[in-house]
Design a protein around this ligand. Structure first.
Ligand code: LLP
Length: 421
């Protein structure tokens, strides 16, 4: 369910006509719906009702301050993976006791800055990281609350590049060595064990891998408690998949996911943390673009649009499917033609869709690339010296530019030419 629907033949974001936004802001731009973000966040809080819990938005998926503030005001915590993300979360008003720090490569600088400013928990991913954190914390006279991220050796059955819970993946410590490492952690100065963390991958379309992983975490919780550790929090990660194709794929619902959590770890009396990103932001955002040319050659048709792989890299990077719809609703039964929807970037990989059946479109027409709210704007770059794509947030019948498009002069002004050249 999202709030990008046709009304009187025009694609709306809530009660805002997207063609009007395009006229004001120019194209391409990302547009997010407040109502959809809110709804998706609430699906998780409803799914965990009755359990002590904190939903930490995986802000790597969509980290604009306005989006973070909207979610923070609803009670969200944040899952951060860098000092930059931590700073964004704090700037958006998220209190430190709602921020968890994940990631395999936290530097000592990041540890000390976040420890001094306040943090709910570090999700520690390796023994060297544990040793470094102990040194940093004890050097500051502070205590770092930690959960050890365990690698349960479970295949999330998702795209290879976003599966994180198999033995060969770089994430976490092998679950069969966890007891030994917890014993070491609890003896280290500056470290306080508070829980266990697991995250097995992203865009999971079946609950079974979660079930397997959470079952292993439940067994580990009991074993660690028997050894005297105070395991009071379980961070179960993110990863619940979303429908990318309207009407076709139906991944499990947050309510089913909540029931699974209750079934696997609900009896342990732990505070539950989850880190969803994509399910909250993915279908709450679209990328609006304008057709530059329709190029026809030897029976092949390319719809060349003004958004490129630098603005939305998911199709180029993962072969990801995104539905693409015109802003003007096509007449029912209109004949479609198969086109490759491509951007202007100088790579053949700059392709949003191949042989996609689209209604007739011409130069100047507007399209929306759907399901682009997560891992869209955050992964954008200035490749081909294309200024960073702007972001817009809609609420009811009004919209705001929440990140303006930089001018070309602003982009150039960041470079420095040394005087010896
Ligand atoms: N927690 C941790 C530790 C993570 O690494 C991630 C995602 C999440 C939570 C959130 O997962 P989600 O609920 O969003 O699935 N760029 C890729 C996705 C990378 C996911 C990275 N980690 C894509 O566009 O598909």
């Amino acid at each position: 369910m999202d709030h990008f629907l046709y009304r009187d033949g025009r694609l709306m974001a809530e009660d805002v006509d997207l063609a009007h936004v395009a006229a004001c802001v120019g194209t391409p731009f990302y547009c997010y719906s407040s109502a959809t973000l809110t709804r998706h966040f609430q699906l998780f809080t409803e799914a965990l009702t009755g359990m002590d819990h904190l939903v930490c938005f995986a802000m790597k998926s969509c980290s604009n301050l306005a989006v973070l503030k909207l979610l923070g005001d609803l009670g969200a915590g944040m899952d951060v993976v860098s000092l930059g993300e931590y700073a964004r979360a704090r700037a958006a008003g998220i209190p430190p006791d709602r921020i968890v720090f994940s990631g395999v490569g936290k530097t000592r600088h990041e540890m000390s800055e976040t420890l001094k400013a306040g943090i709910r928990q570090f999700n520690v991913e390796s023994e060297p990281e544990l040793a470094a954190l102990s040194q940093v914390a004890s050097g500051l006279g502070l205590t770092a609350p930690i959960a050890l991220r365990v690698n349960p050796d479970v295949d999330a059955r998702t795209h290879d590049k976003i599966a994180t819970g198999r033995r060969q993946d770089k994430f976490g410590v092998p679950i069969d060595r966890a007891e030994e490492i917890y014993a070491r952690a609890s003896a280290l100065p500056g470290i306080e064990v508070v829980g266990i963390d697991v995250h097995i991958g992203s865009q999971l379309t079946s609950l079974e891998p979660f079930e397997e992983a959470y079952g292993k975490v439940a067994r580990l919780t009991r074993a660690l408690r028997a050894q005297g550790h105070d395991i009071r929090r379980l961070d179960l990660g993110g990863g619940l998949g979303i429908p990318y194709t309207r009407g076709n794929d139906a991944p499990p619902l947050p309510s089913d996911y909540g029931a699974l959590i209750r079934r696997t770890v609900g009896d342990l009396g732990c505070e539950i943390e989850i880190e969803p990103g994509r399910l909250i932001a993915g279908n709450a955002g679209i990328l609006v673009s304008r057709v530059v040319y329709l190029k026809r050659e030897a029976g092949h048709r390319w719809l060349i649009v003004d958004a490129g792989m630098n603005d939305l890299i998911r199709p180029a990077m993962y072969g990801a499917h995104h539905d693409i719809v015109p802003l003007h609703e096509p007449e029912p039964g209109v004949a479609t033609e198969d086109v490759d929807v491509v951007g202007p970037v100088c790579e053949s990989g700059d392709t949003f869709a191949r042989a996609r059946a689209m209604p007739p479109l011409e130069d100047g027409d507007l399209i929306a690339i759907r399901s682009a709210g997560a891992y869209g704007a955050v992964m954008a770059s200035e490749y081909n010296s294309r200024p960073l794509v702007p972001e817009v947030l809609v609420k009811d019948d009004h919209f705001a530019v929440i990140r303006p498009r930089p001018s070309i002069d602003e982009m150039l002004a960041r470079d420095r030419v040394p005087e010896w050249l």
